[in-house]
Design a protein around this ligand. Structure first.
Ligand SMILES: Cc1cc2nc3c(=O)[nH]c(=O)nc-3n(C[C@H](O)[C@H](O)[C@H](O)COP(=O)(O)OP(=O)(O)OC[C@H]3O[C@@H](n4cnc5c(N)ncnc54)[C@H](O)[C@@H]3O)c2cc1C
Length: 295
């Protein structure tokens, strides 16, 4: 039922106090990633914030429904946000949302799409022609297979093998000409595309709330994530940091730059003894943590 037919009257209340646009009146903020990639922040909720505050205010506003009005001083807002972040009281962080435009290779999009808590609308290669854009790492970023992590690459491989790898990509990308000529002969776009390599670029609009974005970033900015998706995640964090500086700082302090200790690790520290495990990977992880702790 529309408000016209229901007879309900809509009361339109103006903002209290002076407000400003958290994106400074811009349509987008962009960061280029690699040769053809892009992370663009297109919109934020709340878009308007009280002068003197950041979009962090929406987190505090929601949290105060649970904790009562209290004081409205900015420094106390900071204390409240940091408390919420430490204690994983996450729903107030869901009151802030971001809409991004991403341009990335399909192999990155496949990892990215595993994160189910975003709203996505992707370029259709059934409807439109895939553009002639391919990701190629720089020569010095052609990485060797890691010996310790089966899923990862580590230091750069020798230059001659790196060049051979790039020549292999060039050969695969040359199939783009076949893709075009087969469509010219009448093959449907939805089938012609299936021979394209996974380093071809796709793009989408991606909307997510701050809580789920932080979850995404904690996994994809981490050293265990593939370098290429980390480059995108880092760019996204750079874009949101000025919008929610207090939450971003708390996220680093309590999550990405913090360290989680297991029961066995706490016992090893207390007893001043090696970790009580026969699991090699767990022992290696403990060695990494000890380095971070300066032990
Ligand atoms: C370094 C790395 C390596 C990986 N390797 C592999 C791999 O080899 N193979 C592979 O298949 N995947 C792999 N993944 C993907 C990984 O297993 C997760 O699918 C991905 O990181 C998304 O995590 P998520 O489910 O926590 O995130 P999201 O989908 O964003 O979900 C956020 C949170 O919401 C909750 N949630 C969302 N949907 C559900 C649901 N249906 N039921 C219950 N809770 C839900 C969960 O608490 C979840 O943590 C890898 C990820 C990383 C970071």
């Amino acid at each position: 039922m529309s408000s016209e037919t229901s007879g309900n009257r809509i009361e339109r209340k103006p903002f209290e106090g002076e407000m400003y646009d958290v994106m400074g009146g811009c349509a987008r903020w962009e960061i280029k990633v690699h040769d053809h990639g892009l992370v663009a922040l297109c919109d934020v909720m709340p878009r308007m914030a009280p002068v003197g505050k950041s979009a962090d205010f929406a987190i505090v506003q929601a949290a105060r429904v649970s904790y009562g009005e209290g004081t409205k001083q900015v420094n106390e807002d900071r204390g409240l946000i940091r408390y919420l972040a430490r204690h994983r009281h996450t729903t107030p962080f869901e009151m802030v949302e971001f809409k991004f435009h991403h341009v990335m290779p399909i192999f990155i999009a496949r990892q990215w799409i595993r994160h189910r808590t975003a709203n996505v609308n992707e370029y259709s290669a059934r409807y439109s022609i895939v553009r002639d854009r391919f990701y190629r790492p720089d020569l010095e970023n052609v990485r060797k297979q890691s010996k310790t992590n089966r899923q990862g690459g580590e230091e750069p491989i020798d230059e001659s093998t790196a060049k051979e790898f790039l020549a292999y990509l060039e050969k695969v990308e040359a199939h783009y000409a076949d893709y075009q000529s087969l469509m010219d002969k009448g093959v449907s776009r939805e089938l012609a595309r299936i021979g394209l390599p996974v380093n071809v670029y796709t793009e989408w609009y991606w909307k997510i709330d701050l809580h789920n974005l932080m979850h995404f970033l904690s996994l994809r900015m981490d050293a265990h994530a593939q370098q290429e998706i980390r480059d995108y995640a880092t760019a996204m964090f750079e874009l949101v940091r000025p919008i929610v500086p207090i939450a971003a700082e708390a996220f680093e302090d309590y999550h990405t730059k913090a360290l989680h200790l297991t029961r066995l690790e706490i016992e090893a520290i207390r007893a001043g003894k090696p970790l009580d495990t026969t699991n090699k990977r767990e022992a290696a992880e403990w060695e990494e943590k000890k380095k971070k702790l300066g032990m």
